[in-house]
Design a protein around this ligand. Structure first.
Ligand SMILES: *Cc1c(COP(=O)(O)O)cnc(C)c1O
Length: 393
């Protein structure tokens, strides 16, 4: 695969960055289900192990499908390179453990994915890495959390499910002033809508399970960064083995080919549904970054080309009424996933955030009446009709 002669458009790169063709001249890349690779001679094997020879060695860290996926995603994020992982959490774990040492300190946002918060609060301290957790949008809190050994800031934007927007350029300045790296989980936006590295971030992580697959089929993740950072993490990656399977690499690389058209339609449908719900008398509040009444609409539109496919609403009623709305939906699926072609409804207070203390939930904008909607690619009118009937029930 040669990125140096690649055409420059986002869609063209998403489609045309491809593993080298084999003897059959296949147009679409095949799946390389091999755990290992043969060497032409004993000396070639010795040279490969000594790092003096290019070419694949072993499936834990080399595979044409996973390499194609991660090189393509790195190009789309504007990163030098990256590492593919078996899940999104594998990528988060890799970005932390591959770079941090005992005695280091990390500042994270309260509004990160639940498992990321568990790594920060429960697991890193076990290994002698200290952590602080601060509100995503409070820049002073990030500043005052900095300690002499602060090495990393960790966050997601837009956040889940409050759809808060982190000011990435400002946070990159604060992090760099403290000698720390800024890591952004770009799962909700994808590189089609937002490229954190261009705004000053140092590392992007992805759960490719969500919009990158986009069809609810496979787990996957990736860490993207400069060659220096990836070279630092590489020994840990090779030895610890959080690898992605060739099949998942193949599926996810194919998925990137259609990311731009899917994300445009997710955004169109989300805006249509959000506008409809904003005018519905049984809905108290609607959040979508593309709507002017989003508290950080301007910042969102500076950092993102569009608002994404997630809509968070506050139902006008108590927990029972809200559960009733969810149960009356016929098209929306009740699930904890997001970023699927199929629209999904989630009640964060009783599922994804049930382990979060109530006052912290409130600070994240989650009440018993909050519903998170992952707007899929069905006909927008059918989604609105479904919500309308469920709200009026
Ligand atoms: C789902 C998710 C993850 C974890 O990804 P997995 O692929 O499920 O391991 C991390 N961050 C965000 C924002 C997510 O939505």
């Amino acid at each position: 695969m040669n990125r140096s002669d690649k055409p420059s458009g986002f869609e063209t790169r998403a489609i045309r960055i491809q593993a080298e063709r084999g003897p059959a001249g296949e147009h679409s890349v095949p799946i390389f289900t091999t755990s290992s690779y043969r060497f032409p001679s004993g000396q070639a094997a010795a040279d490969a192990f000594a790092g003096d020879r290019d070419g694949p060695i072993y499936g834990r860290f080399d595979n044409p499908n996973t390499d194609e996926f991660v090189e393509k995603l790195a190009s789309l994020e504007g990163a030098d390179t990256g590492l593919a992982t078996g899940s999104g959490m594998g990528a988060v774990f890799l970005s932390l453990l591959g770079l941090l040492h005992a005695g280091d300190h990390v500042v994270g946002s309260t509004a990160v994915f639940g498992s990321t918060l568990s790594l920060l609060k429960e697991f890193l301290p076990r290994w002698g890495i200290e952590t602080s957790v601060v509100p995503l949008t409070d820049l002073d809190a990030w500043r005052t959390a900095v300690r002499p050994r602060t090495r990393m800031f960790v966050m997601e934007t837009p956040s889940n499910p409050g759809l808060e927007i982190a000011n990435l350029a400002a946070l990159a300045d604060i992090a760099h002033g403290a000698g720390a790296l800024l890591t952004v989980d770009n799962c909700f936006a994808t590189p089609y809508l937002q490229r954190p590295l261009e705004l000053g971030a140092d590392i992007v992580t992805h759960s490719a399970t969500k919009y990158i697959d986009g069809q609810g089929r496979v787990l996957g993740g990736a860490m993207l960064a400069s060659r220096d950072i990836i070279d630092t993490v590489l020994p840990f990656y090779r030895n610890a083995g959080p690898s992605m399977s060739p099949f998942n690499g193949w599926v996810l690389s194919k998925s990137l080919e259609t990311l731009s058209v899917r994300m445009e339609r997710h955004c169109d449908n989300a805006v249509a549904v959000a506008d409809f719900l904003a005018g519905h008398k049984r809905v108290r509040r609607v959040l979508h970054p593309e709507r002017k009444d989003h508290p950080q609409h301007e910042l969102a539109m500076q950092q993102m080309s569009r608002g994404g496919g997630m809509v968070t609403i506050e139902v006008d009623g108590d927990r029972d009424k809200t559960m009733g709305v969810m149960n009356s939906l016929r098209l929306f699926t009740t699930s904890a996933n997001l970023g699927d072609t199929r629209s999904i409804v989630t009640h964060p207070a009783s599922t994804t955030h049930s382990g979060v203390p109530e006052e912290v939930r409130a600070s994240l904008g989650i009440s018993d009446s909050t519903l998170r909607l992952s707007i899929g690619l069905e006909t927008a009118q059918d989604l609105m009709d479904d919500l309308n009937h469920a709200l009026n029930e």
